[in-house]
Write a protein that binds this ligand. Structure first.
Ligand code: F6R
Length: 369
């Protein structure tokens, strides 16, 4: 079943271009219009939504953090993202105009299920983004958008994450379309960009040999830090989570702007720091700021591993290792930027002799609170 791959994780990483394409399939027509048949919440109800709350755990939570940027930008509806395990204990403010989006690969995560039950009790509508047909979370939701990643066997989530992102973008664009927001004009362009993403992920996968080599050379390290800004921040968190669970290493993700508020004290000679660099086109302020962050940490001895767009020359002088990703619109960059981090964690874990499909202490679906 591993189809010649050494692990399910490697197979699932390699399946990502198809998973992404399958999740888009049939949901966009030639004119760039979205039709999400499974979202059986009437357009009239969606037009009244005044707040979106995303609840999820782990990797799915990271997808939710990225969804916030897309939802707020394309719909101008305020969006909160909360760890499902914390959600109901703080007495959240919810009513009929709240749309709760519950993201779960397995559809069986108890924390996420309890969060959505709580939301429905308060009158909120719940839309599930899920990879498992007929599982509990979609059954208990008002609507479901299935991710078409296919079965994910490795405990650490990879292809499900990319498809969760795609589903989140589709939900954001759909809400924008239904509500006719002023960003409506962008929808057609984004839909076109999304159609090209599967090919971009494929290209990234074809260039991973140096990343694997780098990962092997770092197998003896104790700590790796990850930095990002904007949607690159959740990508950094996801890179760190993959490394913790697979390589059992101390790994932390930070918003690069927070460095000087504390974490920069951690930088020491030869500490590997992975930096996810936003596109120099579009929001160039962000790009310039992260370039100065890279300079700052490098001046303090960090070994910089820089993930940057093809053609971004400004980072070159400060990168000890440079990983190129295809140019992508800012909001969609996580779809390509996450892939090298998955490969990195998987290879590093293997070099440390760990079993990547079945990391210690973890279960594929967490059905207890
Ligand atoms: C990380 C990972 C976990 C899950 C989390 C939620 O690689 O797999 O963090 O993402 O347990 O699981 P689902 O998506 O099934 O609700």
């Amino acid at each position: 079943e591993k189809c010649g791959y050494a692990s399910f994780m490697l197979k699932e990483i390699a399946e990502q271009p198809k998973a992404v394409a399958d999740t888009l399939l049939g949901r966009i027509d030639g004119s760039g219009t979205l039709s999400l048949d499974e979202v059986r919440i009437p357009p009239g109800v969606l037009r009244e939504v005044d707040k979106v709350v995303v609840v999820a755990c782990g990797t799915a939570f990271h997808a939710g953090l990225i969804a916030k940027y897309a939802i707020e930008h394309w719909t101008r509806i305020p969006c909160e993202v909360e760890l499902a395990s914390e959600f109901r204990y703080r007495d959240p403010i919810l009513d009929q105009q709240t749309l709760v989006v519950a993201i779960s690969q397995s559809g069986e995560t108890m924390d996420t299920l309890m969060a959505l039950r709580h939301a429905r009790e308060q009158g909120a509508r719940v839309l599930a983004i899920c990879n498992t047909n007929g599982s509990t979370i979609p059954r208990e939701s008002d609507a479901v958008l299935y991710t078409h990643a296919g079965p994910e066997v490795a405990v650490a989530s990879t292809k499900a994450f990319l498809t969760q992102l795609v589903a989140c973008y589709l939900v954001a664009l759909y809400l924008g379309q239904v509500r006719g927001t002023k960003y409506g004009d962008e929808i057609g362009d984004v839909v076109r960009d999304l159609s090209g993403i599967s090919g971009a992920v494929e290209r990234v996968l074809g260039t991973m040999d140096p990343v694997r080599e780098l990962a092997r050379s770092l197998a003896h390290k104790n700590t790796v830090l990850f930095l990002g800004r904007h949607v690159g921040h959740p990508v950094a968190l996801e890179g760190a989570l993959k490394l913790k669970e697979l390589a059992y290493m101390h790994a932390e993700g930070f918003a690069a702007g927070e460095l000087k508020h504390g974490p920069i004290a951690l930088i020491e000679e030869d500490l590997p720091v992975v930096v996810v660099v936003p596109s120099p086109r579009g929001r160039s302020v962000l790009h310039d700021k992260i370039v100065s962050n890279i300079q700052e940490i490098r001046a303090r001895g960090a070994r910089t591993i820089v993930i940057a767009e093809e053609g971004d020359e400004a980072v070159v002088p400060y990168a000890d290792h440079l990983v190129r990703i295809p140019a992508t619109p800012t909001l969609l960059q996580p779809l390509v930027a996450t892939v090298p981090l998955q490969v990195f964690a998987c290879e590093l874990a293997t070099a440390r002799g760990n079993e990547v499909d079945q990391p210690r202490n973890l279960a594929k679906s967490v059905t207890v609170e």
